[in-house]
Design a protein around this ligand. Structure first.
Ligand SMILES: NC(=O)C1=CN([C@@H]2O[C@H](COP(=O)(O)OP(=O)(O)OC[C@H]3O[C@@H](n4cnc5c(N)ncnc54)[C@H](OP(=O)(O)O)[C@@H]3O)[C@@H](O)[C@H]2O)C=CC1
Ligand SMILES: O=C(O)C1=N[C@H](C(=O)O)C[C@H](O)C1
Length: 246
């Protein structure tokens, strides 16, 4: 079988450079081009899959371009609101042969953390998220924290839990951002890479689910699995649960 031809948007970035290396080493796929800001996207023209780790301000335009050129995408760039997801859904519906995978985190521990948090959500009235990242991160709160908050909120809704009872806000941001009713706190600190804690509480007990990525190499098996998945799955795939089959 022929190799999957992979292009990378954001190829010189912290993540993009790791992706180039990981795809180069992976069996059954090969790098056909990399693009950075200001460079022509046509460079990756022969690609079957484009991996995008660029910037929340750039990613929607990149998707419009790739999907309209019939190229599948694996997207790790963050900044996806429900409105942005709806637009991507429209695009892939208009190009039914194309697959787009959007995952806010490709690390296995983070994928499990989000799932575990979703399972725990219905058992605890109180919940808060703390995300901790390197200081050069462009966005806050992180995509992982936003996705976790939305999934927890959906699980709470489904279980008939009301709003989190501890959400008093009369301060200068000390209680963090609020996403779908869930408080999210962002820490930016030299020495960190990517970390998150989800704290659950009820009378007399807490549960903390924590994941730490110490090196961006931790995201690479997920990216490679995403590339293999998307060439066989047209349409929109959100997050890694279906890719990992759980
Ligand atoms: N889903 C996941 O598992 C992970 C997601 N991320 C997300 O990935 C994104 C990138 O993170 P990171 O690699 O740390 O960031 P970097 O700033 O290190 O890399 C981004 C790269 O994209 C380039 N770039 C910016 N705009 C464009 C564009 N329009 N076309 C092509 N290239 C462009 C930048 O170029 P220049 O430097 O010249 O601006 C840079 O080389 C963020 O949204 C981050 O949150 C990060 C880690 C894991
Ligand atoms: O910018 C990063 O570094 C990361 N971004 C993603 C996010 O915003 O959740 C994934 C991971 O946390 C690393």
């Amino acid at each position: 079988m022929s190799e999957i031809r992979v292009g990378v948007f954001g190829a010189s970035g912290r993540m993009g450079s790791q992706v180039v290396h990981a795809v180069d080493k992976a069996e059954g796929m090969t790098i056909v081009g990399g693009v950075d800001i200001g460079e022509p996207r046509e460079t990756v023209g022969p690609a079957q899959v484009i991996v995008d780790f660029t910037h929340p301000d750039a990613v929607m335009d990149n998707i419009e371009w790739a999907v309209s050129h019939g190229i599948n995408m694996v997207i790790g760039t963050t900044g996806f609101t429900p409105e942005r997801i709806a637009r991507v859904r429209e695009l892939v519906e208009a190009h039914p042969k194309v697959g787009v995978l959007i995952a806010s985190n490709f690390g296995i521990g983070a994928i499990l953390m989000m799932r575990f948090a979703e399972i725990a959500a219905k058992f605890y009235p109180s919940v808060e998220i703390i995300e901790l990242h390197h200081p050069n991160k462009v966005d806050a709160p992180s995509g992982t924290a936003a996705t976790t908050a939305r999934r927890i909120a959906a699980a709470r809704d489904e279980a008939g839990l009301g709003p989190v009872p501890d959400a008093t806000v009369h301060d200068d941001g000390a209680r963090g951002a609020v996403i779908d009713g869930i408080h999210v706190h962002g820490v930016r600190l030299q020495g960190l890479v990517a970390h998150q804690e989800v704290l659950f509480g009820q009378a007399g007990e807490t549960l903390t689910i924590r994941e730490d990525s110490y090196d961006r190499v931790s995201f690479m098996p997920g990216v490679v699995a995403g590339i293999r998945h998307i060439v066989a799955h047209p349409g929109l795939t959100l997050e890694m649960d279906d890719v990992l089959n759980f």
